[in-house]
Design a protein around this ligand. Structure first.
Ligand code: SER
Length: 316
């Protein structure tokens, strides 16, 4: 990877992935693109940035040519809860971005990374130690897009030799840009609300377990997988990765240990609750560990300490 294009760069992952890639591959070799003017303006302060609608194939192709791109990071997606409000739009954006990215990766002989998700699983998937290869019948449009995306990416690899790789991200906890429209967002929102107001009302049932990952581990996963020796990869799209699994009650207990005055209540959102219930409690990520050395560093205690510190500094 010498010249990288990150599309959908203004979101939760992109905001931190772009500087991470700059550090590893050189500032000038990372081009960020986003649809929204506001995001383009913000990103332009720290990276080369272009305004791009990824659904505009020609404009996307022009950027590939202009910058001589050999790796695409496709981060464009409507998340699970937003997707349920407008499934047709979710399909159009999520699959449109992927198809254009794969087609251009083929045309320009570029590698491509597109996140998959715990959302690729569904109610019929084994929920504990969810295997790498198992039943994948998701119950959300977001998940349907993720499973289709995994298959399409593997197809482009086997049929056209496109170097497509991916991980199934758990909920990602971070202190940069906020996630938006996801089912796992509560695990980020809680830190802001506790520091700002001292209380948080949670839309997810207190005992609903989901896999989670802290952003520094997520960023390392991306570069580690993309740099992995291809001859060692038995899988490509997409690898289970995880680092912690907890339910709201457990996370809030950890926060309360550190902020004794914090108050928590629940106002369960039935759509989010059903989604959370259909996803794994904890995935088995042994294939990622064996095939490319996945080895996350952050546990729940270290993450909670770091989040409280970082959000407090940010809101000061
Ligand atoms: N964080 C995503 C969501 O909740 C899952 O990949 O939609």
């Amino acid at each position: 990877m010498k010249r990288i294009l990150v599309v959908g760069a203004g979101g939760q992952i992109g905001t931190e992935l772009v500087p991470h890639l700059q550090k590893n591959y050189g500032e000038d070799n990372v081009i960020a693109a986003d649809l929204k003017d506001e995001a383009v303006q913000k990103i332009s302060q720290y990276a080369r940035c272009e305004k791009l609608d990824v659904l505009d194939f020609n404009a996307f192709g022009e950027l590939m040519k202009k910058y001589d791109i050999d790796a695409i990071f496709n981060l464009v997606a409507l998340l699970s809860a937003t997707g349920e409000k407008n499934p047709e739009l979710a399909w159009k954006i999520n699959m449109g971005a992927l198809l254009n990215s794969l087609t251009l990766a083929k045309e320009f002989n570029a590698a491509i990374f597109t996140p998959s998700s715990i959302g690729a699983f569904g109610v019929n998937t084994p929920h504990d130690n969810t295997p790498q290869d198992t039943v994948m019948r998701p119950d959300t449009i977001y998940g349907v897009c993720k499973v289709t995306g995994e298959m399409l990416s593997d197809y482009y690899h086997s049929r056209f030799g496109v170097d497509a790789r991916s991980v199934r991200f758990p909920g990602i906890i971070s202190n940069g840009a906020l996630p938006g429209g996801g089912t796992t967002d509560y695990a980020v929102e809680v830190f802001y609300d506790i520091i700002k107001n001292g209380r948080y009302t949670c839309p997810i049932p207190e005992n609903s377990y989901m896999d989670m990952l802290y952003m520094p581990d997520a960023l390392n996963a991306v570069t580690q997988l993309m740099e992995a020796d291809p001859s060692k990869l038995k899988h490509r799209n997409s690898f289970n990765i995880t680092c912690m699994s907890f339910c709201p009650k457990e996370l809030f207990a950890k926060i309360k240990e550190r902020v004794p005055s914090a108050e928590f209540s629940y106002d369960v959102d039935p759509v989010k609750a059903a989604i959370a219930d259909s996803w794994p409690n904890k995935m088995d990520d042994s294939c990622a560990r064996e095939e490319w050395g996945w080895d996350p560093k952050w546990d729940i205690d270290a993450m909670v300490d770091d989040m409280l510190k970082a959000i407090a500094a940010k809101l000061k």
